[in-house]
Design a protein around this ligand. Structure first.
Ligand code: KIV
Ligand code: ZN
Length: 515
């Protein structure tokens, strides 16, 4: 019988640490529900001690999610661990994940602790955590660059204290597959009580090898848990991508010989939801979830696939949630058909009020766009409904542009329920519209990214705009979708301003201060 590979998703914790990817509690809850639909085994919902916002998000997820284990990160100290345990109260299955750096560089320069102090702190924190929770994961941060003899002592000690999972992070993405796999294998062979814990891999993608390293950790090192994020979201070059690692193990079961619980048909909806919530666009050639992942442009390939699809396809597009790019709904479609399609896309809305709101928006869109695709529906529920409660909201936009003239825009939007009107000229219609908004808001934010993407690939498509703003050291992403890209840009800008307004003070998980 095949072994089980545990999928530990950290989109809401390590993924969210990516600058600009921070999410509201409601957004996190929506993604957590999608992860539960995906049948993710463990959801790392946040880092409860890092901010009140994260505490509340972990708490809300712990109470709402029934099927997956809910985990909170915590540094290796009693205060963080207590906070994690408090946030996890009420969870069906809870896990505390505690970590401390063990590499010479991190211990000396970041923690300013001796190896002996780190060893003692690790031991005490796992003991403390085990008194509050049965399921305790321990991570030696920067584990892959740690000195193996010392790491063996630390890991043996924490297993003796009752750590149930040992996670070996390649925090800075320095590993290469064979070496990482062997590193893990050696640890497991050298540590006398290694069989008392499940071993886990956690790889960052700085050299583009996070998935390969994780798979080597599984195959060579014997790990039975992979830590990953949807779309590989995460700081710098990101984390190991859930969809790639899952499809690799499923597609090559002949090689890995492992079972996975994931219901892969919900992968695409999860990818879209995370991308649209964070504003991190998925590149077209991204494996599994990129727009081109199953597109065959060359005549020879098309001919082959039509004759026998496995000539050029190793996975079935529908197995990861792709449907043919068909017209699913139009102007005359009713609420039930809309709701049914949402269910099929795995994008259930939580309340009747949310469905009604999404349906009103769908009707507005159908009045302006004759063919509504799955992509439009996913954009509609991920972007518009999620942002409904926020302070700034677009009411209307008028702009004039003509060859040889400087474009002019007039934008009306609500600010805390009050209507505001701004006017401005700009280099182009988008520039004029955003300047018109800024003339009233005076945020002073600097725009560090502006990108437009056609949701379903033609000029009839909705444009999806991402705007990244930076202000006083904070970076946020806003996303807006509309058939008119000037309107989509204004929506994205307002959505980013909404995020800037919500003040988030938090402690960083990596590189963040003392234990
Ligand atoms: O990359 C890392 O080391 C981490 C730990 C906190 C597990 O994310
Ligand atoms: Zn990490």
């Amino acid at each position: 019988m095949a072994d089980q590979l545990i999928i530990f998703d950290t989109t809401l914790r390590d993924g969210e640490q990516s600058p600009g990817a921070s999410m509201t509690k409601d957004e996190k809850l929506r993604i957590a529900r999608q992860l539960e639909r995906l049948k993710v085994d463990v959801i790392e919902a946040g880092f409860a001690a890092s901010s009140n916002g994260d505490f509340e998000a972990v708490q809300a997820i712990a109470q709402a999610i029934k099927d997956s284990t809910i985990c909170s990160l915590s540094r290796a100290n009693d205060r963080d661990i207590t906070r994690a345990a408090e946030a996890l109260k009420g969870a069906n299955r809870a896990r505390i994940h505690t970590f401390i750096a063990t590499s010479p560089l991190h211990m000396e320069k970041k923690l300013r602790m001796t190896p002996e102090q780190v060893l003692e702190q690790s031991r005490l924190s796992v003991r403390f955590a085990r008194n509050l929770c049965e399921d305790v994961e321990f991570s030696p941060e920067d584990g892959y660059r740690s000195e193996p003899d010392f790491l063996c002592r630390v890991l043996e000690a924490v297993i003796a204290e009752g750590a149930t999972t040992i996670n070996v992070p390649d925090t800075v993405g320095y590993a290469v597959p064979e070496l990482y796999g062997t590193f893990l294998k050696n640890l497991r062979e050298r540590i006398p009580n290694s069989d008392k814990a499940i071993w886990s891999v956690h790889c960052h993608n700085d050299l583009g090898m996070a998935v390969a390293n994780s798979l080597a950790g599984v195959k060579i090192g014997g790990a039975r848990q992979v830590e990953c994020t949807i779309n590989g979201l995460g700081e710098r070059a990101g984390n190991c991508s859930l969809e790639e690692v899952v499809m690799a193990v499923k597609t090559r079961k002949d090689y890995f010989g492992l079972d996975i619980n994931i219901d892969t048909q919900h992968i695409l909806a999860a990818s879209r939801m995370v991308s649209q919530t964070t504003g991190f666009v998925v590149q077209p050639n991204k494996a599994v979830v990129g727009a081109n992942a199953f597109a065959h442009a060359s005549g020879i390939h098309q001919d082959g696939v039509l004759k026998a699809r496995d000539t050029y396809e190793i996975m079935r597009a529908e197995d990861v949630g792709w449907s043919a790019n068909k017209i699913v709904l139009g102007k005359l479609s009713g609420r039930n058909a809309f709701k049914q399609r949402l269910l099929e896309l795995g994008a259930q809305l939580e309340s009747e009020a949310e469905i009604n709101l999404a349906f009103t928006r769908f009707k507005e869109l159908a009045d302006r766009k004759s063919e509504i695709f799955d992509e439009d529906i996913l954009a509609l529920v991920s972007v518009d409904v999620a942002h409904e409660q926020e302070s700034y909201r677009l009411v209307s936009l008028r702009q004039h542009s003509e060859t040889g003239e400087r474009p002019h825009a007039e934008v009306i939007f609500t600010a805390e329920g009050r209507e505001v009107r701004g006017e401005a000229d700009g280099n182009g219609p988008v520039d004029a519209s955003l300047k018109a908004i800024e003339s009233q808001v005076n945020s002073g934010a600097e725009m560090v990214l502006y990108s437009v993407n056609a949701i379903s690939g033609s000029t009839e498509s909705q444009g999806e705009v991402t705007v990244r703003l930076q202000n006083s050291g904070r970076v946020v992403n806003g996303v807006g979708a509309d058939p008119d890209i000037v309107v989509a840009s204004a929506k994205a800008y307002l959505s980013a301003l909404n995020k800037l307004r919500s003040k988030v003070e938090r402690v960083a998980a990596q590189g963040g201060g003392n234990v």
